[in-house]
Write a protein that binds this ligand. Structure first.
Ligand code: ADP
Ligand code: ADP
Length: 227
């Protein structure tokens, strides 16, 4: 089953002389549960693509369909709800809120939607992420690996259909990088969560089911390497 359909997606930043075409008529589909690695040179449009899939930016033209919903046909309120329920986003620099504790950072997406926190689910998540003894800490009291695990917790708490990660290990040493990728792969398999990861790390890219290579805003290569 196809969870994600991208149709003729283009993105131009700016106007006139300074306009930059970041994404140029990109189309592809992703199956539920697929693990896709997005590779390509710096500035080729990878982050733009991920942001458009995640509903955090608007395309210049084209469509993003998640579970057959045309997400950019939604109004802003509906789009914000879609984002918090269906999309988990993980960034290179974690993007945690510095004045909130670990527990508050993880449960924030639920609180913003006025949903109750399921204590058992929270307990399960912090257990696998090995953060049980850090719930009352602030982000700056944690190591980089721990901060990234908090951001994974925040991404997981609403059981999103799609996990998007933009260079999730770009700021971590190799031991912490492996840990983060193992966790993402585990949730990908355990919950059949669709996973798209931008990475410069070939060891990570080669663990994916499929490799999509972006160059100059276009798909240069798209190959299934597993499954
Ligand atoms: P990648 O993730 O592959 O490094 P990006 O998607 O970040 O590439 O960027 C693609 C192109 O769009 C680059 O030329 C970049 O400079 C430009 N770009 C990205 N974001 C913006 C922005 N907010 N405003 C203007 N140009 C941008
Ligand atoms: P890692 O092996 O994940 O890189 P570190 O060696 O950076 O971990 O940190 C070891 C321990 O010290 C971690 O459990 C972390 O919570 C704690 N720690 C790291 N930085 C700080 C800090 N600025 N304040 C309080 N505790 C910290």
């Amino acid at each position: 089953m196809e969870i994600l359909k991208i149709e003729n997606l283009s993105k131009v930043y700016g106007k006139g002389e300074t306009a930059v075409k970041a994404l140029d008529d990109v189309s592809f589909s992703v199956k539920k549960g697929e693990f896709v690695a997005i590779i390509g040179p710096s500035g080729s449009g990878k982050s733009t693509l991920l942001h458009l899939v995640g509903g955090v930016d608007h395309p210049t033209s084209g469509k993003v369909l998640v579970d057959n919903t045309d997400i950019y046909a939604l109004n802003e309120t509906q789009l914000a709800i879609f984002r918090r329920r269906q999309i988990g986003l993980i960034y290179q620099f974690y993007n945690l809120i510095p004045i909130l504790t670990v527990e508050e950072n993880i449960t924030l997406p639920l609180l913003l939607d006025q949903h109750k926190v399921d204590k058992k689910q929270l307990g399960d998540i912090v257990k696998v992420l090995n953060l049980g003894d850090r719930l009352s800490h602030l982000p700056n009291q944690l190591s980089g690996g721990q901060q990234q695990r908090v951001s994974i917790g925040r991404a997981l708490i609403s059981n999103p259909a799609i996990m998007l990660a933009d260079e999730p290990t770009g700021n971590l040493d190799s031991k912490n990088s492996s840990e983060i990728i193992e966790l993402l792969k585990m949730f990908n398999k355990m919950y059949n969560q669709t996973l798209m990861v931008i990475t410069h790390d070939e060891r990570i890219a080669l663990q994916a089911d499929r490799l999509i290579s972006i160059e100059d805003g276009r798909i240069a290569k798209d190959e299934v390497i597993r499954g």
